[in-house]
Design a protein around this ligand. Structure first.
Ligand code: P6P
Length: 337
């Protein structure tokens, strides 16, 4: 039986990969692990909300019951505040970024962006949800407060990124740019334990993941590709929780797509704290991540904190096939003529 390796032990051991690392990133990743354990506890109780009270009502102890995504948001901020390693945070739940005050004399080197509870609408029907996080080195002067440019960084500048999936088990998957590893929470000891070492995505898989309900609203190249997947008898798996859908693709191979629709002409998913971190993970595992303009997701220059993007990520051979469909079937837009 293999020896248990906890997340903390693994992070500290791998800190040696970074000769100049002085432990700040290690502290950040451990803080995110703590927040994930706290969120996991509440997500798993969500089914009891009728006993604990619904959002906005006071629970037995008189505390107001929060929406779980706001709860997750606040817990992540609390945990990241303590470390002193993070000078700023941006969240899907917050309109603007927030500056984190200095802890002691420490000059925080990093900013963190996250979607605290992606797919939270699925909680009411007991479907897996997830936390997605992205860590960048700040660009501004450490003596000054962080600024927007610290957050508007390309995916290629990511220092670390990952996600936590709260499902049949709770798994944290992350990368610091040297491969991808997964840690399963063992509730009996309250530790994330190394369970998936050096994850590699298969070159192709039997699954495609897209909201086929929008089929008639997709561009012709997307419809042709979906028809192609159907002709290949690939299996459609889409539960409307990006972390869960991408997690399946990462482990079993396949392709996840959220293209432009009439409602979301730029795509629905957020570039900075959904597309970039998951594309980083998929690329680190040997996969590919592009948008429907055939740009590598991680090379897109962000312009706004909450900007949206189209996304096609997954097994390299399948993303390349999708690229060919876009090249072959896309109709140049009239204004491009
Ligand atoms: P649709 C959840 O709301 C989310 O942000 C992602 O987790 C998910 O992939 C997507 O939106 C689902 O969107 O339009 O298919 O319901």
């Amino acid at each position: 039986m293999n020896r248990i390796i906890t997340l903390d032990e693994f992070i500290i051991h791998r800190q040696k990969d970074f000769p100049y690392a002085s432990g700040e990133l290690t502290g950040l990743l451990r803080d995110i692990g703590v927040a994930a354990k706290i969120v996991n506890r509440e997500v798993n109780k969500a089914g009891l909300v009728n006993i604990l009270g619904v959002e906005g009502a006071a629970n037995a102890s008189g505390d107001e019951v929060q929406k779980l995504d706001m709860y997750a948001n606040d817990k992540l901020i609390d945990c990241l505040k303590n470390s002193g390693e993070c000078c700023g945070i941006a969240s899907e739940e917050l309109e603007d970024f927030i500056e984190i005050p200095h802890v002691g004399s420490k000059d925080a080197k990093y900013v963190v962006l996250f979607d605290p509870l992606d797919g939270s609408s699925n909680i009411d029907v007991n479907v897996s949800v997830g936390t997605i996080f992205a860590i960048y080195r700040r660009k501004s002067d450490p003596k000054n407060p962080c600024d927007l440019n610290d957050f508007l960084q390309k995916g290629t500048d990511l220092v670390a990124a990952g996600y936590v999936i709260y499902g049949t088990s709770t798994i944290m998957v992350y990368s610091t740019g040297r491969g991808v590893n997964g840690f399963t929470l063992d509730p009996s000891i309250g530790e994330f334990c190394l369970s998936h070492r050096d994850i590699k995505i298969p070159d192709r898989g039997d699954y495609y993941s897209v909201n086929q309900g929008y089929y008639l609203k997709f561009d012709v190249e997307m419809r042709r590709y979906i028809d192609y997947c159907s002709d290949l008898n690939l299996r459609l798996r889409y539960i409307g929780s990006m972390v869960s859908d991408v997690h399946r693709i990462l482990f079993q191979g396949g392709i996840f797509l959220y293209p432009n629709t009439r409602k979301y002409p730029q795509g629905k998913l957020r570039l900075l704290y959904e597309c970039n971190p998951l594309a980083f993970i998929v690329e680190q595992a040997g996969g590919k991540g592009i948008n429907t303009r055939l740009e590598r997701i991680m090379e897109v220059e962000p312009k706004e904190l909450h900007e949206r993007s189209t996304i096609v990520i997954g097994s390299p051979d399948m993303v390349e096939e999708m690229q060919n469909f876009i090249q072959r079937y896309s109709v140049p837009s009239i204004n491009a003529m």
